[in-house]
Each structure stands twice: as C-alpha cells, then as structure tokens.
Design a protein. Structure first.
Length: 217
C-alpha cells in the first residue's frame, strides 16, 4: 500500500493507471497547452479553468496514489476538482475530497459539473475563506494527505496559508501550489524557513513540497 510521502509507482504500471486519463485530456487540448474537460462525453459543458497538461496529470497522479483525504483551496468552476474526484473514483484507496472557494457561485457551478460527471459523492464543497476554513478543519482534527493550494495568486494570501499548512497536512503528505510566480515565491520562502517542510521542486509550473516533520533529520 502506498503511504503518504512515498514515491508513486513508475514505468508501465503507472502508465496503465494514468494513460486513459492522459488520452482523454489530449483529445481536448486548447492550443496544445491548456486542457479542456467536459462534464459529459456528448454535448457536455466545458469546465472553465486554466490547467496545462502536465499540471493536470500531476494532480491526478498524486490524488490517485495518496491513501488519505484531499483538501483543495480554490475550485473556481471545478476543473481541478473534477480531476481530483476522477482520481479518487479510479483509486483503490478510499478517500474524500474537501473543496473550498470564496465565491458561492463558483461552488454552485463546481457542484453542477460534478453532478453531471457522477463524481459529486467524492467531494464535499464549502464556501469560505481558505485560511479560515483550513483553521476550522485543523481545530476539528481533520488531516489530509494532499493539499492543493490555488485560492489566490497574491503573495500574502498564499504565504498565510503556508504558515498553517502543517496543522492540516499529515506527516509525509504532499502539497501542490498553483502556478503563478507569487505562489512559487511564497512556497519557496516558507519552505526555506521551515524545519518541517521540504521543497521538492516543480511539476511543470507547479511548486510542490512535502511535510517531513515525522522524518528523521
């Protein structure tokens, strides 16, 4: 069983798992860069959002292999949410996804797309401020194996979340950040000053780090 923080499967086994999803998004690529996903195979609505192919595949891969729950900060219309939910659906590891967005209309749109895709049962959507919601989850003792941070492209908003991520992220769990330069800088600044989180580099444009507070240093 894959544990939080352990390396995903490699080679042909990984391709068998990721391959079908990869083929689907290749068929719906905008300008060969940004992906498009529809909420139904025939005459479905396009889920608005901005994800490069490599970013989508990395989201799917991590969400598939982690064995615990997932937190998404910032859903917009549910493009990344649908990928996380698809991974949870396909994964042998039962998990729940908690998705937070500040805009209630975005939450409603995300729910509508997930309903159309038959994936709503995997996701609990919430309307609220990312940091306040995360603090509430931490107070309730809720912990996650994977956190996707994409609620804001403003440096201070992202850095504020970084400071409290250790309260919700399981030891050995992963965090992936959105692709703006401000998010990258906030992640690098925090991991550079932290004794419990290690910056792992980028998957395409996304910075990623691991909570290694339980690992011997």
């Amino acid at each position: 069983m894959t544990q939080p923080g352990s390396a995903p499967l490699a080679g042909s086994v990984k391709f068998v798992i990721i391959g079908p999803f990869s083929s689907e998004i290749d068929q719906e690529a905008r300008d060969g860069i940004l992906i498009e996903i529809r909420d139904r195979p025939v005459a479905g609505s396009i889920i608005e959002g901005w994800l490069q192919r490599a970013d989508a595949l990395k989201l799917f891969e991590i969400a598939y292999f982690v064995t615990g729950d997932i937190l998404e900060l910032g859903s917009y219309h549910g493009l990344s949410t649908s990928i996380l939910a698809r991974a949870a659906h396909d994964s042998p590891h039962k998990k729940n996804i908690f998705s937070v967005d500040l805009d209630m209309e975005n939450v409603r749109t995300t729910n509508r797309h997930l309903d159309e895709m038959g994936l709503k049962s995997f996701v609990t959507t919430m309307c609220g401020d990312a940091l306040s919601t995360m603090k509430g989850l931490a107070s309730a003792g809720t912990r996650f194996d994977f956190v996707f941070v994409d609620h804001s492209h403003a440096y201070e908003a992202v850095y504020g979340v970084c400071r409290d991520l250790g309260d919700v992220l399981q030891p050995g769990g992963f965090c992936l950040f959105g692709s703006s330069s401000m998010e990258y800088m906030a992640a690098r600044r925090y991991t550079g000053s932290s004794n419990s989180h290690t910056f792992l580099g980028s998957a395409s444009s996304y910075p990623k780090y691991i909570n290694d507070s339980s690992l011997s240093r």
